[in-house]
Design a protein around this ligand. Structure first.
Ligand code: GLA
Length: 392
């Protein structure tokens, strides 16, 4: 058992008076490149991080009445009860964190699963609202638990899609499928090259033990359900409609240029980001596979500029983090990552230089913004797992 599982186990025993029988772990993710293209059928290149949501659970005998799940969050020190009967949504007053879980439960009930009454404790080391997919890791951990308790057969891609639907319908974020796929499918020491149109997957080995992935959280809180994300998505749909293609995956730069007038400046820029970012992502995967890391760094830099100038989803704090990191020796590449409007940057750095880079960036960020950033390094981690806990 990991320390995190042990802690969740102790909380479970305390609250529910018996030991849990199973644990699921699902990681957050950081996207190396391929930003804001998953909902345009593009390619993305995320990896799981060494921060995850752990849920420990045990079924509970039902003593009359309808089955319910009792779910406790260690982060919010709150316990909620959710119905497990088809057609009954979460109580109107259910707190925000539990809505993701209610969405996952609803997804299984819609597939005809019979979910037995159960208790669970949720604990997470993925920073909330930091653009590292805390919600996807929560959904995927929950789906792993529910599928097992219900004895319900479901494939990994179906889990990702069910979780994405939970995010759309219960959390109000019209996200693409990248985060949930990453949390389900990633494997240790690999990047996940995902074709968001076909959902074909290629595991790209990350063969440089002398490199670290550095995650810098601007601590500017990002909220994807406040309209900016949905507006970008709508701009892309508009662009595709004007160009007469099903999605921007099907568009070329030449076609965009030819329709510049019809698209108008803003929509043209949004579409240009998507079309060029899809190409950069494929180039990045090739560069990594062929050990051309300097080229990867250039692609990351170009991605950031495109997200900042054409897609307008960066902010001054993210730009400063990227600029500070880029000026440090040993840094291969740096860019904003995730939905944007705050959240994190991702930086590839020589392991031996990582501490010095972190110290210099933290100092420069404090001086430049008056804020503290939070930094950690990670290697590509494993996707979702289920563990049966030893009886004790
Ligand atoms: C959020 C969404 C993803 C993706 C990224 C941007 O993380 O959940 O689906 O669109 O933003 O790349």
């Amino acid at each position: 058992m990991t320390d995190q599982q042990r802690q969740a186990d102790a909380v479970f025993r305390d609250l529910f008076g018996r030991p849990p029988v199973l644990a699921a772990a699902a990681p957050g993710r950081v996207n190396l490149i391929g930003e804001h293209v998953d909902y345009c059928d593009g390619f993305v290149l995320p990896m799981a991080i060494e921060r995850e949501t752990v849920i420990v659970a045990a079924p509970r005998p039902v003593v009359g009445g309808e089955p319910i799940a009792r779910l406790h969050s260690t982060a919010f020190a709150e316990t909620v009860e959710l119905p497990l009967t088809p057609g009954t949504g979460p109580p109107a007053a259910a707190p925000g964190w539990s809505r993701y879980l209610a969405g996952v439960i609803a997804g299984f009930l819609d597939r005809g699963a019979t979910i037995p009454a159960f208790d669970a404790v949720v604990d997470s080391t993925v920073p909330l609202g930091g653009g590292l997919s805390s919600s996807a890791s929560l959904e995927v951990a929950m789906a792993t638990i529910v599928a097992t308790l219900a004895g319900h057969a479901i494939g990994p891609l179906e889990v990702a899609q069910l979780c994405r639907r939970a995010e759309h319908e219960f959390a109000g974020v019209p996200c693409g499928v990248m985060d949930q796929c990453a949390s389900v499918l990633c494997i240790r020491d690999h990047l996940l090259l995902l074709d968001c149109r076909s959902l074909a997957v290629m595991q790209v080995p990350f063969q440089r033990p002398d490199l670290r992935v550095l995650v810098m959280n601007s601590n500017v809180r990002h909220a994807l359900n406040d309209g900016g994300y949905a507006a970008r998505r709508a701009d892309c749909q508009r662009a595709a409609a004007i160009l007469g293609v099903p999605s921007l995956r099907e568009a070329t730069l030449a076609e965009l240029e030819a329709s510049r007038g019809a698209l108008g400046d803003t929509i043209f820029r949004r579409a240009r980001h998507v079309v060029t970012e899809i190409a950069r992502t494929l180039d990045a995967a090739t560069a990594i596979a062929q050990d051309r890391w300097a080229e990867l760094g250039e692609l990351m830099a170009a991605s950031h500029v495109s997200l900042r100038d054409d897609y307008a989803v960066s902010c001054l704090e993210l730009d400063l983090l990227v600029e500070l990191a880029g000026a440090q020796p040993g840094v291969i590449g740096s860019r904003m990552t995730g939905g944007g409007f705050g959240g994190c940057t991702v930086t590839l750095v020589e392991a031996a230089r990582a501490d010095a880079v972190m110290a210099a960036v933290a100092r420069g960020y404090r001086q430049g913004t008056g804020r503290e950033c939070t930094l950690f390094t990670t290697r590509p981690a494993a996707g979702a797992r289920l563990v049966w806990l030893p009886a004790s």
